[in-house]
Design a protein. Structure first.
Length: 215
């Protein structure tokens, strides 16, 4: 009698390696061409395990234009979700990421975003206030040029070749502390009747969504 044949499972029965599939998408329309998109993409690599996908669109224009473009995208995605048989098509958010700077029509941008369920990540005077809060507090009003200069002293690579790119790994591991400082700034402004006043940022709301949905 010959040796019994060893059983080998077919490919269909063989155990497949688990594959992580993104379950949540964020579309972030950003004012800056490099600063915000690069930072967000770095943040994703450090804080998401693949369950969330973030598509960043840089240099999207002035705040009102950014929101208008985001609203158009939101309506497009809503229509796709309405016709789709895939429940994952319903799991998305659209964000507008912009600064105060000297831009006009900021209130109109907020109103349009709220009316169309587009989220906003807003900084005053500019996005650089968020990384600054990882190093120190900033409670006094400050011009964006001074804020950028201060950040350049803390992160030499920020000013390298004038790129103004903020590498997430160049920041100290102080996300929670920076968030608490940002929340405190917001509360202080509300208390004196100047909501969203200088200095202010709530970009942590976007990053919290990445963390929450990336687990």
């Amino acid at each position: 009698m010959g040796s019994p044949k060893r059983f080998r499972p077919s490919r269909s029965l063989a155990r497949k390696k688990d594959k992580i599939e993104p379950g949540f998408k964020i579309f972030a329309f950003c004012e800056g061409l490099n600063t915000e998109p690069k930072f967000i993409e770095d943040f994703i690599r450090e804080n998401s395990n693949g369950l969330v996908t973030v598509i960043t669109i840089g240099a999207a224009g002035s705040p009102f234009k950014i929101v208008s473009t985001a609203v158009t995208k939101k309506k497009e995605l809503d229509e796709i979700a309405k016709l789709s048989m895939d429940s994952l098509d319903e799991k998305f958010e659209v964000w507008a990421v912009f600064d105060k700077d000297e831009h006009p029509k900021i209130p109109e941008a907020f109103q349009k975003a709220e009316a169309n369920n587009v989220y906003i990540a807003y900084s005053n005077p500019c996005f650089e206030i968020w990384p600054i809060l990882h190093f120190k507090n900033q409670t006094a009003p400050i011009h964006r040029h001074q804020l950028q200069s201060d950040l350049g002293k803390l992160i030499p690579n920020y000013k390298k070749k004038g790129s103004k790119e903020i590498v997430y790994s160049d920041l100290p591991n102080a996300y929670a502390e920076a968030k608490l400082k940002a929340i405190a700034l917001g509360k202080d402004h509300i208390a004196i009747g100047t909501p969203f006043g200088n200095p202010y940022t709530d970009v942590f709301k976007l990053f919290d969504k990445i963390i929450k949905n990336g687990k």
